[in-house]
Design a protein around this ligand. Sequence first.
Ligand code: HEC
Ligand code: HEC
Ligand code: HEC
Ligand code: HEC
Ligand code: HEC
Ligand code: HEC
Ligand code: HEC
Ligand code: HEC
Ligand code: HEC
Ligand code: HEC
Ligand code: HEC
Length: 396
Amino acid sequence: MRKKIVSPAVILLMLFLNVFSYAQEGKEDKVKKEEKPPIVPNMKVQHMPFKIGQCEICHTEKDGNKYALKQEPPDLCYMCHERKDTKSRVHGPIAAGMCTACHDPHQSNTMRMLKADSVNELCFMCHMDKKQQFTSKPYMHPPVKDQCINCHDPHQEDHRYRLFADRRFDLCVSCHADKKEWVNKVKNKHGAIFIKDRCLNCHDPHASENEKFLRKPTAMDVCLTCHNKELKREEDGTVLMNMKKHLDENPDWHGPIQWGDCAMCHNPHGSDNFRMLKLPFPETFYASFNINRYICFMCHETERFTEPLTKTATNFRNGEVNLHYVHVNNKKGRTCRACHDWHATKDTPHHIRKYMKFGKIKAPLRYIPTKTGGSCAPMCHPRRYYDRENPVINKR
Ligand code: HEC
Ligand code: HEC
Ligand code: HEC
Ligand code: HEC
Ligand code: HEC
Ligand code: HEC
Ligand code: HEC
Ligand code: HEC
Ligand code: HEC
Ligand code: HEC
Ligand code: HEC
């Protein structure tokens, strides 16, 4: 799609002037032909009026200078081109009328007669700090590497920073259309995408030290910039725990959290699953068992829950009786949250939680591990014991 750069009427007028001036030349030719023009069209991109030899459209003889300008830019340029300063945000050099800071009025080897080897080099001529800032980073957003004008208009725009669309969301999804569709379609939307700087809350638009142009070294660092307090979900009024506090107080972090990757389980752009998980996880304390309902099995083996008797699949067994199976693999199975906290725990092994939440009640599990088993006394039953080597008979 080619923009209309000047109106066709201007081109017609120029061509007419051109024919007219050839006719003139015929009369007073000799003198002129001897003179070598000081600039000849020999570069890849030539300004049309210059290319067709219409020097006098812009130049006139004045005070002995053969090439004095009839008018100074930008007025000279606006004789033929639409104004570049009519929108609400005008680039500094345009406001100052400096068309020729960027364009050669005659010709150059770069598109649009630019005065640098590429658009980016042009921008960096004045924005030197940005060159250093962007090119020193290991991850650069491909459209930035390509050319700044993929997003910024060089002259004027109505959006902040002269971007082609609102910088926080519309601009991003003008290229990442799949993300627009996704964030609008998913059932559980992430507040992060709808507040403050939207996509820019987490991503840098230009370049970053971090993969995916994240603003912080890990996904977790990004998450905890907001999840460092309780957050309220507007849809249902649920209050989400302060995850930063929880992690600070519980130093025993679950594997993926040790890797700093909350996004292994949660989709930062929202999802159809409970709590924007990448795979399902039951919402409730009890749930009928189905291996497809647990995101945990992305990394953990399923035999732990599918074999009623085992000597190997799990350590949570009394003799060979698989207590994971007993508790979980049931029509009214207890979900992992009854016993584990896979974000972080303290003092108990195997990420066994101290308290379970049952409705509004917070009840202690009182788990005590032993070398070959353990015991617990939650609110569900009196203290019961398990031992892998010498199975225990618990009183009913
Ligand atoms: C579209 C307008 C335009 C046309 C057409 C044009 N020029 Fe120019 N020319 C300029 C402008 C503007 C400058 C001043 C450039 C600057 O300040 O960087 C300039 C500068 C010059 C200069 C340097 C003058 C000086 O004293 O610094 C020469 C020489 C020149 N032009 C020759 C030509 C010749 C020869 C042609 C025709 C083949 C031509 N120009 C066609 C706009 C034009
Ligand atoms: C006499 C009329 C006229 C004047 C004055 C004029 N231009 Fe142009 N300009 C044109 C025409 C005609 C074209 C070619 C349009 C096209 O290709 O559709 C053009 C094209 C351009 C282009 C695009 C070149 C390309 O390769 O696509 C730029 C940039 C430009 N002009 C800048 C300027 C600047 C800066 C000035 C003032 C210094 C100026 N023009 C003055 C007539 C003019
Ligand atoms: C900061 C550098 C810069 C300045 C200053 C600048 N331009 Fe441009 N201009 C560009 C770049 C980069 C492009 C290429 C944009 C594109 O092709 O999408 C361009 C394209 C153009 C074009 C062709 C496409 C279009 O948008 O019509 C014209 C005509 C033009 N400029 C005229 C001007 C005029 C007139 C001025 C002064 C009022 C000016 N420019 C000042 C950088 C600049
Ligand atoms: C001739 C020098 C010059 C060139 C070349 C130039 N700029 Fe600028 N730019 C400026 C000036 C001057 C300002 C205004 C400075 C300010 O307000 O802080 C500015 C401001 C900006 C801003 C807004 C900054 C802010 O904090 O509000 C952006 C974005 C920008 N330029 C992008 C570009 C891009 C993209 C290019 C290349 C197409 C470019 N500039 C080329 C001189 C230039
Ligand atoms: C993918 C789109 C995109 C591209 C390409 C892009 N920018 Fe930006 N730019 C943005 C967005 C979005 C912002 C607003 C950032 C913010 O609000 O934190 C911005 C802001 C800016 C600013 C002003 C704020 C600041 O950080 O100082 C400057 C200057 C700037 N860009 C220069 C450039 C230059 C130079 C290039 C080319 C090397 C470029 N941009 C390429 C999207 C882009
Ligand atoms: C002009 C088009 C364009 C715009 C606008 C744009 N991007 Fe991109 N972006 C790309 C391209 C092209 C890639 C590289 C191909 C890919 O991975 O999709 C990319 C890659 C990315 C990646 C890394 C993808 C990966 O898998 O490694 C992220 C993250 C990203 N963009 C975020 C953003 C954000 C946030 C914005 C808004 C500030 C934005 N983009 C605006 C074109 C764009
Ligand atoms: C809450 C922080 C956050 C917000 C807000 C966010 N992202 Fe991301 N984004 C991430 C993280 C973390 C990753 C890496 C995900 C992973 O590894 O699975 C990512 C990955 C990406 C990727 C590359 C991988 C993919 O999923 O395609 C693109 C493209 C992307 N984001 C674009 C966007 C756009 C566009 C927006 C705004 C609609 C946005 N992001 C908003 C955190 C965020
Ligand atoms: C810019 C702030 C911000 C960032 C960064 C952020 N979040 Fe959130 N998050 C929120 C807000 C606000 C809510 C509550 C509103 C809502 O989602 O309805 C929320 C809700 C959630 C929820 C509950 C969603 C649900 O459907 O119940 C989870 C899980 C979550 N965030 C995880 C993450 C993860 C993982 C990251 C890092 C990849 C992250 N957040 C980064 C602001 C943020
Ligand atoms: C192993 C997968 C996994 C990882 C890794 C993970 N989460 Fe979760 N997260 C879950 C599951 C499952 C739930 C649902 C918990 C529930 O309802 O009992 C959840 C719930 C949440 C909630 C809602 C808590 C509430 O109050 O109900 C937030 C907020 C949250 N996660 C943030 C994070 C953050 C931040 C990280 C990284 C530090 C992270 N998650 C890492 C699986 C994970
Ligand atoms: C009734 C409480 C309870 C429930 C419900 C429960 N676990 Fe466990 N889990 C335990 C106990 C106790 C251990 C420690 C066994 C030992 O080493 O003595 C354990 C250990 C584990 C281990 C370490 C390896 C092993 O099996 O010994 C993993 C992995 C595990 N559980 C995952 C899960 C997952 C995933 C769920 C939900 C699908 C779940 N657990 C549900 C109590 C439970
Ligand atoms: C992305 C992979 C991944 C996912 C998904 C995952 N885990 Fe883990 N899990 C690990 C890794 C790695 C370890 C070992 C490091 C550690 O002890 O935290 C581990 C360890 C555990 C342990 C302790 C095992 C032991 O031997 O002490 C339990 C319990 C556990 N996970 C429960 C869960 C539950 C419940 C879920 C689902 C909500 C889940 N995990 C989802 C990777 C994962």
